[in-house]
Design a protein around this ligand. Structure first.
Ligand SMILES: *Cc1c(COP(=O)(O)O)cnc(C)c1O
Length: 367
Protein backbone atom coordinates (compact mmCIF):
# COMPACT_ATOMS: atom_id res chain seq x y z
CA UNK A 1 0.00 0.00 0.00
CA UNK A 2 1.33 3.43 -0.99
CA UNK A 3 1.47 6.10 1.64
CA UNK A 4 -2.04 7.31 2.52
CA UNK A 5 -2.09 11.07 2.81
CA UNK A 6 -4.52 12.87 5.10
CA UNK A 7 -5.80 14.87 2.17
CA UNK A 8 -5.00 14.86 -1.52
CA UNK A 9 -6.21 17.04 -4.32
CA UNK A 10 -4.82 15.29 -7.40
CA UNK A 11 -7.49 12.61 -7.52
CA UNK A 12 -10.35 15.07 -7.47
CA UNK A 13 -8.68 16.96 -10.30
CA UNK A 14 -8.09 13.80 -12.32
CA UNK A 15 -11.73 12.79 -12.18
CA UNK A 16 -12.73 15.81 -14.28
CA UNK A 17 -9.33 16.62 -15.72
CA UNK A 18 -10.47 17.38 -19.26
CA UNK A 19 -13.11 19.87 -18.12
CA UNK A 20 -10.66 21.73 -15.88
CA UNK A 21 -8.06 21.85 -18.61
CA UNK A 22 -10.56 23.12 -21.16
CA UNK A 23 -11.73 25.84 -18.81
CA UNK A 24 -8.15 26.87 -17.99
CA UNK A 25 -7.36 27.20 -21.70
CA UNK A 26 -10.57 29.13 -22.29
CA UNK A 27 -9.62 31.65 -19.59
CA UNK A 28 -6.01 31.91 -20.79
CA UNK A 29 -7.13 32.55 -24.34
CA UNK A 30 -9.81 35.08 -23.33
CA UNK A 31 -7.23 37.76 -22.59
CA UNK A 32 -9.30 38.86 -19.55
CA UNK A 33 -7.98 37.77 -16.14
CA UNK A 34 -9.46 39.91 -13.35
CA UNK A 35 -13.15 40.65 -12.65
CA UNK A 36 -14.81 39.39 -15.78
CA UNK A 37 -17.56 37.01 -16.82
CA UNK A 38 -16.19 33.96 -14.99
CA UNK A 39 -16.30 35.81 -11.66
CA UNK A 40 -19.73 37.25 -12.40
CA UNK A 41 -21.13 33.87 -13.37
CA UNK A 42 -19.53 32.12 -10.44
CA UNK A 43 -21.02 34.68 -8.07
CA UNK A 44 -24.50 34.04 -9.49
CA UNK A 45 -24.14 30.27 -9.44
CA UNK A 46 -22.66 30.18 -5.95
CA UNK A 47 -25.33 32.50 -4.51
CA UNK A 48 -27.98 30.20 -6.04
CA UNK A 49 -26.32 27.15 -4.56
CA UNK A 50 -26.20 28.63 -1.06
CA UNK A 51 -29.70 30.09 -1.38
CA UNK A 52 -28.72 33.75 -1.02
CA UNK A 53 -29.39 36.74 -3.23
CA UNK A 54 -25.74 37.74 -3.54
CA UNK A 55 -22.26 36.34 -3.52
CA UNK A 56 -19.06 38.35 -3.93
CA UNK A 57 -15.84 36.62 -4.97
CA UNK A 58 -12.72 37.43 -2.94
CA UNK A 59 -9.09 36.39 -2.76
CA UNK A 60 -9.31 34.16 0.33
CA UNK A 61 -11.40 32.97 3.24
CA UNK A 62 -9.53 35.21 5.66
CA UNK A 63 -10.38 38.23 3.50
CA UNK A 64 -14.03 37.15 3.49
CA UNK A 65 -13.98 37.16 7.29
CA UNK A 66 -12.24 40.45 7.99
CA UNK A 67 -14.05 42.27 5.18
CA UNK A 68 -17.35 40.94 6.57
CA UNK A 69 -16.72 42.64 9.92
CA UNK A 70 -15.40 45.68 8.09
CA UNK A 71 -18.56 46.23 6.04
CA UNK A 72 -20.69 45.59 9.13
CA UNK A 73 -18.82 48.39 10.87
CA UNK A 74 -17.48 46.19 13.66
CA UNK A 75 -14.05 47.12 15.03
CA UNK A 76 -12.26 48.90 17.87
CA UNK A 77 -14.11 48.60 21.19
CA UNK A 78 -16.52 45.91 19.93
CA UNK A 79 -16.72 42.29 21.02
CA UNK A 80 -17.45 39.32 18.78
CA UNK A 81 -18.40 35.92 20.18
CA UNK A 82 -16.70 32.90 18.59
CA UNK A 83 -15.99 29.33 19.59
CA UNK A 84 -12.63 28.57 21.18
CA UNK A 85 -11.81 25.56 19.01
CA UNK A 86 -11.44 27.02 15.57
CA UNK A 87 -8.82 27.69 12.95
CA UNK A 88 -6.99 30.89 13.83
CA UNK A 89 -8.24 32.62 10.67
CA UNK A 90 -11.72 32.91 12.23
CA UNK A 91 -10.21 34.91 15.09
CA UNK A 92 -7.97 37.00 12.84
CA UNK A 93 -11.06 38.00 10.87
CA UNK A 94 -12.29 39.61 14.08
CA UNK A 95 -9.06 41.14 15.34
CA UNK A 96 -7.73 42.59 12.06
CA UNK A 97 -10.47 45.20 12.46
CA UNK A 98 -9.48 45.88 16.06
CA UNK A 99 -12.45 44.04 17.60
CA UNK A 100 -12.03 41.66 20.54
CA UNK A 101 -12.86 37.94 20.32
CA UNK A 102 -14.83 36.48 23.22
CA UNK A 103 -14.48 32.72 23.27
CA UNK A 104 -17.21 30.18 23.98
CA UNK A 105 -16.61 26.47 24.59
CA UNK A 106 -17.68 23.87 22.00
CA UNK A 107 -20.30 21.13 22.46
CA UNK A 108 -19.70 17.43 21.87
CA UNK A 109 -20.22 17.94 18.14
CA UNK A 110 -17.28 20.41 18.14
CA UNK A 111 -19.61 23.30 17.33
CA UNK A 112 -20.20 26.42 19.45
CA UNK A 113 -22.14 25.41 22.59
CA UNK A 114 -25.31 27.44 22.10
CA UNK A 115 -26.20 27.14 25.78
CA UNK A 116 -23.03 28.99 26.75
CA UNK A 117 -23.36 32.00 24.47
CA UNK A 118 -25.77 34.19 26.41
CA UNK A 119 -23.56 34.40 29.52
CA UNK A 120 -20.82 35.96 27.32
CA UNK A 121 -22.97 38.73 25.88
CA UNK A 122 -22.10 42.21 27.21
CA UNK A 123 -23.06 45.72 26.12
CA UNK A 124 -20.00 45.65 23.85
CA UNK A 125 -21.06 42.52 21.99
CA UNK A 126 -21.82 43.33 18.36
CA UNK A 127 -21.84 39.96 16.61
CA UNK A 128 -21.64 36.19 16.82
CA UNK A 129 -19.25 34.42 14.46
CA UNK A 130 -20.42 30.83 14.03
CA UNK A 131 -17.87 28.39 12.60
CA UNK A 132 -19.36 25.24 11.07
CA UNK A 133 -16.31 23.27 12.08
CA UNK A 134 -15.19 20.11 10.27
CA UNK A 135 -18.18 20.46 7.92
CA UNK A 136 -21.03 20.16 10.42
CA UNK A 137 -23.70 22.85 10.69
CA UNK A 138 -23.96 24.44 14.12
CA UNK A 139 -27.33 24.75 15.94
CA UNK A 140 -28.49 27.73 13.94
CA UNK A 141 -32.04 27.95 15.36
CA UNK A 142 -30.63 28.87 18.78
CA UNK A 143 -27.99 31.20 17.37
CA UNK A 144 -30.49 33.08 15.19
CA UNK A 145 -32.83 33.48 18.20
CA UNK A 146 -30.02 34.91 20.34
CA UNK A 147 -29.02 37.37 17.62
CA UNK A 148 -32.61 38.57 17.33
CA UNK A 149 -33.06 38.81 21.09
CA UNK A 150 -29.89 40.85 21.66
CA UNK A 151 -29.76 42.74 18.35
CA UNK A 152 -26.50 41.15 17.25
CA UNK A 153 -25.07 40.66 13.78
CA UNK A 154 -24.54 37.09 12.64
CA UNK A 155 -21.54 36.08 10.56
CA UNK A 156 -20.92 32.47 9.51
CA UNK A 157 -17.49 30.97 8.85
CA UNK A 158 -18.36 28.38 6.19
CA UNK A 159 -14.79 27.67 5.12
CA UNK A 160 -15.33 23.99 5.97
CA UNK A 161 -19.05 23.63 5.36
CA UNK A 162 -19.89 24.14 1.66
CA UNK A 163 -23.26 22.43 1.27
CA UNK A 164 -23.92 21.60 4.93
CA UNK A 165 -27.42 22.40 6.16
CA UNK A 166 -29.20 23.09 9.39
CA UNK A 167 -32.79 22.04 8.86
CA UNK A 168 -33.36 22.65 5.18
CA UNK A 169 -31.24 25.80 4.94
CA UNK A 170 -27.63 25.96 3.81
CA UNK A 171 -24.86 27.24 6.03
CA UNK A 172 -23.98 30.69 4.77
CA UNK A 173 -27.64 31.68 4.38
CA UNK A 174 -28.58 32.22 8.04
CA UNK A 175 -26.68 35.33 8.95
CA UNK A 176 -25.88 38.80 7.69
CA UNK A 177 -22.83 37.43 5.88
CA UNK A 178 -21.54 33.93 5.09
CA UNK A 179 -17.76 33.64 4.63
CA UNK A 180 -16.31 30.95 2.39
CA UNK A 181 -12.79 29.80 1.60
CA UNK A 182 -11.96 27.87 -1.55
CA UNK A 183 -8.44 26.97 -0.41
CA UNK A 184 -7.53 23.87 -2.46
CA UNK A 185 -8.13 21.33 0.33
CA UNK A 186 -11.64 22.59 1.16
CA UNK A 187 -14.67 20.63 -0.11
CA UNK A 188 -15.14 23.22 -2.84
CA UNK A 189 -11.46 23.87 -3.43
CA UNK A 190 -9.93 26.05 -6.12
CA UNK A 191 -6.47 25.59 -7.63
CA UNK A 192 -4.93 28.37 -5.62
CA UNK A 193 -6.26 30.83 -3.04
CA UNK A 194 -9.85 32.01 -3.37
CA UNK A 195 -12.85 32.97 -1.22
CA UNK A 196 -16.28 34.58 -1.28
CA UNK A 197 -19.05 35.97 0.87
CA UNK A 198 -22.78 35.39 0.58
CA UNK A 199 -25.50 37.78 1.76
CA UNK A 200 -29.04 38.94 1.07
CA UNK A 201 -28.58 42.68 1.61
CA UNK A 202 -27.76 44.53 -1.63
CA UNK A 203 -25.97 47.28 0.28
CA UNK A 204 -23.61 44.81 1.99
CA UNK A 205 -22.89 43.16 -1.38
CA UNK A 206 -22.18 46.56 -2.91
CA UNK A 207 -19.87 47.56 -0.05
CA UNK A 208 -18.03 44.26 -0.33
CA UNK A 209 -17.40 44.88 -4.04
CA UNK A 210 -16.08 48.34 -3.20
CA UNK A 211 -13.77 47.07 -0.46
CA UNK A 212 -12.33 44.23 -2.52
CA UNK A 213 -11.20 46.67 -5.20
CA UNK A 214 -9.23 49.39 -3.36
CA UNK A 215 -12.38 50.98 -2.05
CA UNK A 216 -13.58 52.03 -5.47
CA UNK A 217 -16.79 51.50 -7.34
CA UNK A 218 -15.79 53.79 -10.15
CA UNK A 219 -12.20 53.53 -11.30
CA UNK A 220 -9.84 55.98 -9.54
CA UNK A 221 -12.63 57.23 -7.28
CA UNK A 222 -11.67 55.74 -3.94
CA UNK A 223 -14.36 56.05 -1.30
CA UNK A 224 -12.78 54.05 1.53
CA UNK A 225 -9.42 52.45 2.32
CA UNK A 226 -10.07 49.02 0.86
CA UNK A 227 -8.08 45.96 -0.07
CA UNK A 228 -6.93 44.15 -3.16
CA UNK A 229 -8.98 41.03 -2.68
CA UNK A 230 -10.38 40.10 -6.06
CA UNK A 231 -11.20 36.57 -7.06
CA UNK A 232 -9.42 36.02 -10.37
CA UNK A 233 -10.96 34.71 -13.58
CA UNK A 234 -8.92 31.51 -13.61
CA UNK A 235 -9.99 30.44 -10.12
CA UNK A 236 -13.58 31.51 -10.75
CA UNK A 237 -13.73 29.52 -13.99
CA UNK A 238 -12.27 26.40 -12.36
CA UNK A 239 -14.60 26.81 -9.38
CA UNK A 240 -17.58 26.91 -11.76
CA UNK A 241 -16.51 23.50 -13.06
CA UNK A 242 -16.13 22.10 -9.54
CA UNK A 243 -19.39 23.62 -8.30
CA UNK A 244 -21.28 21.35 -10.72
CA UNK A 245 -19.88 18.38 -8.79
CA UNK A 246 -20.13 19.66 -5.23
CA UNK A 247 -23.00 17.35 -4.27
CA UNK A 248 -21.12 14.39 -5.69
CA UNK A 249 -18.01 15.49 -3.77
CA UNK A 250 -19.91 15.82 -0.50
CA UNK A 251 -21.70 12.48 -1.02
CA UNK A 252 -18.39 10.75 -1.54
CA UNK A 253 -17.00 12.22 1.68
CA UNK A 254 -20.16 11.12 3.51
CA UNK A 255 -19.70 7.61 2.24
CA UNK A 256 -16.10 7.49 3.50
CA UNK A 257 -17.28 8.83 6.87
CA UNK A 258 -19.96 6.17 7.11
CA UNK A 259 -17.42 3.43 6.33
CA UNK A 260 -15.23 4.78 9.14
CA UNK A 261 -18.23 4.94 11.47
CA UNK A 262 -19.16 1.30 10.74
CA UNK A 263 -15.65 -0.08 10.64
CA UNK A 264 -13.76 1.64 13.44
CA UNK A 265 -14.16 -0.34 16.60
CA UNK A 266 -11.53 0.50 19.18
CA UNK A 267 -12.50 1.44 22.72
CA UNK A 268 -9.67 3.99 22.88
CA UNK A 269 -11.32 6.01 20.11
CA UNK A 270 -14.35 8.35 20.22
CA UNK A 271 -15.99 8.72 16.80
CA UNK A 272 -17.69 11.92 15.62
CA UNK A 273 -21.46 12.33 15.81
CA UNK A 274 -23.85 14.58 13.93
CA UNK A 275 -26.45 16.55 15.91
CA UNK A 276 -30.17 16.23 15.20
CA UNK A 277 -31.21 18.77 12.61
CA UNK A 278 -27.65 19.33 11.36
CA UNK A 279 -25.97 17.84 8.36
CA UNK A 280 -22.25 17.34 7.90
CA UNK A 281 -20.23 17.49 4.67
CA UNK A 282 -17.24 15.83 6.36
CA UNK A 283 -14.57 18.36 5.58
CA UNK A 284 -12.70 16.38 8.21
CA UNK A 285 -13.36 13.08 9.95
CA UNK A 286 -12.17 13.88 13.45
CA UNK A 287 -11.82 11.23 16.12
CA UNK A 288 -10.85 11.82 19.72
CA UNK A 289 -8.35 9.70 21.57
CA UNK A 290 -8.43 10.79 25.22
CA UNK A 291 -5.36 8.94 26.42
CA UNK A 292 -3.10 7.99 23.58
CA UNK A 293 -3.64 10.46 20.72
CA UNK A 294 0.04 11.08 20.02
CA UNK A 295 0.82 7.37 20.30
CA UNK A 296 -1.92 6.51 17.80
CA UNK A 297 -0.68 9.21 15.45
CA UNK A 298 2.85 7.80 15.56
CA UNK A 299 1.56 4.24 15.17
CA UNK A 300 -0.41 5.22 12.05
CA UNK A 301 2.56 7.14 10.64
CA UNK A 302 4.57 3.97 11.05
CA UNK A 303 1.94 2.18 8.95
CA UNK A 304 2.27 4.87 6.25
CA UNK A 305 -0.95 6.67 7.19
CA UNK A 306 -0.77 10.44 7.64
CA UNK A 307 -3.11 12.10 10.12
CA UNK A 308 -3.34 15.77 11.14
CA UNK A 309 -4.38 17.58 14.32
CA UNK A 310 -7.01 20.28 13.72
CA UNK A 311 -5.83 22.20 15.75
CA UNK A 312 -3.02 21.55 18.23
CA UNK A 313 -2.92 25.06 19.75
CA UNK A 314 -6.27 26.82 20.31
CA UNK A 315 -6.16 30.47 19.16
CA UNK A 316 -6.39 31.88 22.71
CA UNK A 317 -3.14 30.09 23.63
CA UNK A 318 -1.29 31.04 20.45
CA UNK A 319 1.60 33.48 20.61
CA UNK A 320 -0.34 35.83 18.32
CA UNK A 321 -3.07 36.27 20.93
CA UNK A 322 -0.84 36.47 23.97
CA UNK A 323 -1.97 40.10 24.26
CA UNK A 324 -5.47 38.92 25.23
CA UNK A 325 -3.92 37.60 28.44
CA UNK A 326 -5.84 34.30 28.37
CA UNK A 327 -4.00 31.52 30.19
CA UNK A 328 -4.31 27.74 29.93
CA UNK A 329 -7.32 26.65 31.95
CA UNK A 330 -9.77 29.36 30.86
CA UNK A 331 -11.34 27.12 28.17
CA UNK A 332 -10.90 23.58 29.51
CA UNK A 333 -13.07 21.82 26.89
CA UNK A 334 -11.40 23.61 24.00
CA UNK A 335 -7.95 22.86 25.43
CA UNK A 336 -8.88 19.25 26.04
CA UNK A 337 -10.05 18.79 22.46
CA UNK A 338 -6.77 20.24 21.21
CA UNK A 339 -4.97 17.48 23.11
CA UNK A 340 -7.27 14.67 21.94
CA UNK A 341 -8.46 15.27 18.37
CA UNK A 342 -7.06 13.55 15.30
CA UNK A 343 -8.20 13.95 11.68
CA UNK A 344 -8.17 10.76 9.61
CA UNK A 345 -7.47 10.67 5.87
CA UNK A 346 -10.50 11.73 3.83
CA UNK A 347 -10.50 12.92 0.23
CA UNK A 348 -12.24 12.43 -3.09
CA UNK A 349 -11.00 9.37 -4.89
CA UNK A 350 -10.04 7.53 -1.69
CA UNK A 351 -10.26 3.82 -2.56
CA UNK A 352 -12.03 1.14 -0.52
CA UNK A 353 -8.65 -0.54 -0.02
CA UNK A 354 -7.27 2.66 1.47
CA UNK A 355 -10.30 3.12 3.71
CA UNK A 356 -10.15 -0.50 4.92
CA UNK A 357 -6.42 -0.22 5.54
CA UNK A 358 -6.94 2.85 7.77
CA UNK A 359 -9.80 1.13 9.64
CA UNK A 360 -7.86 -2.02 10.38
CA UNK A 361 -4.75 -0.09 11.43
CA UNK A 362 -6.83 1.86 13.96
CA UNK A 363 -8.57 -1.29 15.19
CA UNK A 364 -5.22 -3.03 15.66
CA UNK A 365 -3.87 -0.23 17.86
CA UNK A 366 -3.65 -1.56 21.45
CA UNK A 367 -2.35 -0.14 24.72
C1 LIG B 1 -9.49 27.54 5.76
C2 LIG B 1 -10.21 28.30 6.80
C3 LIG B 1 -10.23 29.70 6.84
C4 LIG B 1 -9.35 30.56 5.99
O1 LIG B 1 -9.45 30.40 4.64
P1 LIG B 1 -8.24 30.85 3.68
O2 LIG B 1 -8.84 30.79 2.32
O3 LIG B 1 -7.12 29.90 3.88
O4 LIG B 1 -7.86 32.25 4.06
C5 LIG B 1 -11.03 30.32 7.78
N1 LIG B 1 -11.75 29.61 8.68
C6 LIG B 1 -11.74 28.27 8.69
C7 LIG B 1 -12.58 27.55 9.68
C8 LIG B 1 -10.96 27.57 7.78
O5 LIG B 1 -10.94 26.23 7.81
Amino acid sequence: MDKIMQSRMDRGFMRHQKEYENKALEVLRSGWYILGKEVENFEKEFADYVGCRYSVGLASGLDALWLAFKVLGIGEGDEVIVQGNTYIASVMGITINGATPVFVEPDKYYQIDVDKIEEKITDKTKAILVVHLYGQAARMDKVVDLCKKFGLRLVEDCAQSHGAKFGDKMTGSFGDIGCFSFYPSKNLGAFGDAGAITCNDPELARLMKIYRNYGSEKRYHNMVVGANSRLDEMQAGLLRVKLKYINEINDERASIASKYAKGIDNTLVIKPEVADGSSCVWHQYVIRVPKYRDELMAYLADKNITTIIHYPIPPHLSEAYGYLGLKRGVLPITENYADEVLSLPIYCGMTDDEIDYVISAINNFKK
